[in-house]
Each structure stands twice: as structure tokens, then as C-alpha cells.
Design a protein around this ligand. Structure first.
Ligand code: HEC
Ligand code: HEC
Ligand SMILES: [Ca+2]
Ligand SMILES: [Ca+2]
Length: 483
């Protein structure tokens, strides 16, 4: 088996480079690279593990997209299409190569697609690690073990290991009673200070991306002004508020209030209206944006300051919103959903070139509505405010009539609409499930966990988008409780 895999890998590598060489010149001859394949593919295979709330990446079929080159699966597809119109012919072409093993790794294309491995790369193969059977000194190996799940849950959600007595106690219970104890104690953890402060805050770090030197705790002083460009504590408080107490986490993208913390009790509560700059010696740090233009985490002063900065067209802001809350990183070719006629390249940055349009035909239309929000303004109290004249003032060829955004093929006329459409999308449910799942297991779902993961995503709506209920379900999965 081992030898066979090495052979297959070598073969695939050689093949791939040959394909790149053979097709290296093709990219230049292609007038408009508008990759609709990920979406069409997911129309054909909605059951594919990456298609539930996301889209497959180009790597499924391509060895490279600039210059364009195909992996063996993509090449088989290209051959099966036999010159047919791509959009009309793709579904039939996909079906016609299901039983082949294009990358020669021993698994058919269809099997690989169902498992989520790559049918065009022999190195991508699911080899379940043989699970040891029997009992170790401490846990039942290879099957769900409540004591193991209990220990893991206490460490993650209470910030401490369970005591020896706790573990002995849980072992003495029958299965149902042990599971009930696990969930009772987990509920207590989710209600306790460790999770509500430290645990939840750490979970938000990659989404908020704090930079201490320009945040509220900065020690940098320039010309008597503290270089507070915005205060990310507002972001963390909103996140912590919405990810606790069975609140509806969709408000992360729709909330029009902010959240304050009582210094004595630690209690979080929403506040209405704008928040003035709290420190007259700081450049910024309040929340000057009028409530009606807010969309939760997407319009805090920190989010707009740190992502938009000085951009006329805030592509980075839209890309971070898509990455952090919809789980798709356009810079990795994830979530490509091109819009016809885009990118218009309104700011003349060269993004209409085929090599750039691959991504920017999705990204630029996502970004248009964010252009009405200020990035960094050094005058004080203005960073992140809304100004409908901003795009036209900064971009000479801006045309208001054409500048709605498009999110998942749907027109959205403002960031508020963007946030609402995003919050209700399958991508948001998947992404938030992924955030909590990878935190709990230290990795994403493996192919044999794909079905269980899909069920978690699908029950989020029935659970009223409660993070706590989702965590209780994650703790019950095989992946969480199997040593
Ligand atoms: C399901 C397989 C599949 C996926 C996924 C896929 N492609 Fe393709 N791609 C193809 C095939 C097949 C062709 C050849 C189509 C043709 O020439 O009719 C192609 C052609 C292209 C071309 C050549 C120009 C053109 O538009 O015909 C570019 C560029 C390209 N793809 C980029 C991408 C990018 C970027 C992604 C990811 C965002 C992507 N593709 C995802 C299968 C795929
Ligand atoms: C693989 C996808 C991808 C390709 C290909 C791509 N871009 Fe981008 N581009 C992005 C993303 C995503 C961002 C937003 C920044 C981020 O979050 O990474 C971006 C941002 C930008 C920005 C804004 C930078 C800023 O600071 O505001 C410009 C300008 C840009 N790209 C130009 C180009 C040009 C020109 C090309 C072609 C030579 C190109 N891009 C190719 C994904 C891509
Ligand atoms: Ca295969
Ligand atoms: Ca494979």
C-alpha cells in the first residue's frame, strides 16, 4: 500500500507539471476568466462536504489558475466536456467521470467527492487511522468515552482540569446519568466567568485582529495625543454578549446597539445611541456611527479603522467580513461567486486583468457598499462614520446608480442589508459552527465526521442560533468524545 501511494504521487506530480507546461500559454489567450465552476459544481453536488454553506475551491480541478492548468480530475472533466458549453454541460460531464479514478490513488472520483478528498491529487486520500481497540488505563479507546469528553469539556469551557474525584464519580454512573452530569457541568462552565471572558475573547481574536499599539490601551503618544485609532474592547464585548446566554448569534452581523460591562458585576448590557470619544486626549475610541447604519461587528469603529484604513474601495474590509463571518477566504480562492460584468475596476487598479478578475469579480462587488464608511480620519471622532458622498468624492469614475453590492448572487444596497443577508445565509451557519467545532477539537472535521458536522450546521437554526446549544451538541459528537 505504502509503495503504491508513493508511485501514484510521483505519477501525479509528473503529470501535473506536464499539464502546466502544455497549457502554460493558454491563460493569455483567454479573454475573460470568470470562474463560475465552484458554484456550478456545488449545484451538481450539494451533498459535497464543502458545498453545505461554502463553495469548493479551484484546487478541486486546477493545479494552477494563473497560468491555467488542470489536475488529472480537471483534465478528465475538460475532456468529458468535449467542447460543450461549460455552464450547460458541466453537470453531465461531472457525472460521466464519477466512476473513474482520475488521480490513480485507488478511490473513485465519486468516492473522493463524497469524502471531501481531492479527486485530482493522489496525495489527497482518506486513510482512517486504525483506531486502537480495547481499553487503556484511563479511557475507552476508539469509542465515545464520557469521562474523556468530560475532561476535555472542563479544560475548554471551565479553564481547568476536572478533579480526580470528579472523574471517578462520573465513571461510577451509568451512561445516561454520566451524560446528564457532563451536560449539567458544561452548562455551569458556559455560565461562569472563565468562558464568558477569557474563553470567548480568545475565540474572537482572529475575527477582531486587535493591534495593541493603536487600541485603547496604547502607550504611544504623539504630539500630546494618545494614538487610540479605535477601541476593540467594544468588539469583544458585543461578541461575548451575543455568544452567551442562548442569544441569537446572527446579531453579530445585524446588531445596532453596543455593549457595556459593569465593572463591579461584570454584567454585559446593550446601550443605544452613539458613544462619544471617552478620552479627550485620544484620537478616537468611541462609536460615532449612527445606529441605523450599523451592522454589528462589521461596522464597529475598530473593524472599519483596521480594515478600511485609507482605501477608497475597502476590499480588505469586505474580504475580512467574508473570511471572519462567512468562513471563506477569497485570497485562498474560497467562496468565489463571480458577478457578471465585474470587476468594473472603478478605481483603476488593474483588477479586470484575467489573473485578477478570478477573485475580484467576486470581491469588488462585495466591497462597494462599504465605500460609504470612513476608514481612518485623524481629526478625531470621525473614523468609521457614514458618508454617502464618500465614494464619489474619492473615486472619480464612481457611479452611484451601479454600486449596490452583490452577496451570493443577491443584490444588497447597504452594509446593513449585507449584514442581514449574510446572517441568514447557510455560509454564516457553517462558518460559526466551524469556529466552535475547530476550537473544541483543535482541527476541522475529518471526512468521516462530515455528516455529523453537517447536522450541527443544520440544527443551528432550530436552536435559534444559540452558541451554547451548539457547544452542547459538539460535546456529544464522536469526534469530541473519542480518545
Ligand atoms: C469543477 C471543476 C473546476 C473548478 C472547481 C474550477 N474550474 Fe476553472 N475550469 C474548469 C474547466 C473544466 C475549465 C475549462 C473550461 C472550458 O474551457 O470550457 C476551466 C477553465 C478555467 C479558466 C480558463 C478560462 C475560462 O474562463 O474558461 C480559468 C481562468 C479558470 N478555470 C479559473 C478557475 C478559478 C479561479 C477557479 C476557482 C475560483 C476555478 N477555475 C474552479 C474546471 C474547474
Ligand atoms: C486569489 C484571489 C486574488 C487574486 C488572484 C487577486 N486578488 Fe487582489 N485582493 C484579493 C483579496 C482577498 C483582497 C483583500 C485583501 C485581503 O483580505 O487579502 C485583495 C485586495 C486587492 C487590492 C486592494 C488593496 C488595498 O490595500 O486596498 C488591490 C488594489 C488588488 N487586490 C489588486 C489586485 C490585482 C491588480 C490583481 C492581479 C494582478 C489581484 N489583485 C489579484 C484577492 C485576490
Ligand atoms: Ca482518486
Ligand atoms: Ca485523491
Amino acid at each position: 500500500m505504502g509503495e503504491h501511494r508513493i508511485e501514484a504521487t510521483k505519477w501525479a506530480r509528473g503529470w501535473t507539471s506536464a499539464v502546466i507546461l502544455a497549457t502554460g500559454g493558454l491563460g493569455a489567450g483567454v479573454a475573460q476568466a470568470k470562474p463560475v465552476a465552484p458554484r456550478l459544481f456545488c449545484d451538481a453536488y450539494p451533498e459535497h462536504p464543502e458545498c453545505n454553506g461554502a463553495l469548493v475551491t479551484c484546487e478541486t480541478c486546477h493545479a494552477s489558475t494563473d497560468p491555467v492548468a488542470w489536475n488529472p480530475y480537471g483534465l478528465a472533466l475538460l475532456t468529458a466536456l468535449a467542447g460543450d458549453d461549460f455552464d450547460a454541460g458541466l453537470a453531465a460531464a461531472l457525472r460521466s467521470i464519477e466512476d473513474a479514478d482520475s488521480d490513480g490513488d485507488g478511490a473513485t472520483n465519486l468516492d473522493e467527492l463524497q469524502l471531501g478528498t481531492n479527486p485530482g491529487r493522489a496525495e489527497s486520500l482518506w486513510n482512517p487511522i486504525p483506531t486502537p481497540v480495547g481499553s487503556s488505563d484511563h479511557y475507552e479507546l476508539g469509542e465515545y468515552d464520557v469521562a474523556f469528553a468530560y475532561r476535555r469539556a472542563m479544560v475548554l469551557y471551565c479553564g481547568r482540569s476536572p478533579s480526580y474525584d470528579d472523574l471517578v464519580g462520573i465513571r461510577e454512573l451509568d451512561d445516561d446519568a454520566a451524560a446528564a452530569r457532563l451536560h449539567d457541568d458544561l452548562a455551569a462552565c458556559l455560565d461562569a466567568p472563565y468562558w464568558r471572558t477569557t474563553g470567548l475573547r480568545e475565540l474572537a481574536d482572529p475575527k477582531v485582529k486587535p493591534i495593541k499599539s493603536v487600541g485603547a490601551d496604547t502607550t504611544v503618544i504623539i504630539q500630546d495625543f494618545k494614538v487610540v485609532l479605535a477601541d476593540y474592547h467594544w468588539d469583544y464585548r458585543l461578541w461575548r454578549y451575543l455568544m452567551a446566554d442562548d442569544r441569537d448569534m446572527r446579531a453579530l452581523l445585524t446588531a445596532q446597539y453596543h455593549v457595556v460591562e459593569d465593572p463591579q458585576t461584570g454584567l454585559l448590557s446593550p446601550v443605544e445611541g452613539t458613544i462619544p470619544r471617552p478620552d479627550p486626549l485620544a484620537i478616537d475610541g468611541g462609536q460615532p456611527l449612527e445606529p441605523e447604519h450599523r451592522a454589528g461587528m462589521l461596522t464597529t469603529q475598530w473593524f472599519l479603522m483596521s480594515n478600511t484604513m485609507f482605501s477608497e474601495l475597502p476590499r480588505t474590509t469586505a474580504a475580512q467580513a467574508y473570511r471572519a463571518y462567512l468562513g471563506m477566504d477569497i485570497s485562498k480562492h474560497e467562496g468565489i461567486w463571480p458577478v457578471a460584468g465585474e470587476p468594473a475596476d472603478v478605481d483603476d487598479r488593474g483588477v479586470a486583468a484575467p489573473a485578477c478578475a478570478q477573485c475580484h469579480s467576486t470581491l469588488d462587488p462585495l466591497a462597494y457598499v462599504f465605500a460609504s464608511y470612513e476608514g481612518i480620519i485623524l481629526e478625531g471622532g470621525k473614523t468609521g462614520t457614514w458618508d454617502p458622498e464618500r465614494p464619489a468624492a474619492l473615486i472619480p469614475s464612481w457611479d452611484d446608480a451601479l454600486r449596490d453590492s452583490t452577496l451570493f448572487g443577491q443584490t444588497v444596497g447597504s452594509v446593513v442589508d449585507w449584514g442581514r443577508a449574510a446572517a441568514d445565509s447557510p455560509a454564516f451557519a457553517r462558518s460559526m459552527t466551524m469556529t466552535l467545532y475547530t476550537h473544541a477539537l483543535g482541527r476541522g472535521p475529518t471526512p468521516d465526521e462530515a455528516a455529523a458536522f453537517g447536522e450541527l450546521v443544520d440544527t443551528l437554526a432550530a436552536d435559534d442560533y444559540s452558541a451554547n446549544r451548539l457547544i452542547h451538541r459538539i460535546v456529544d459528537t464522536e469526534g469530541f468524545g473519542t480518545p
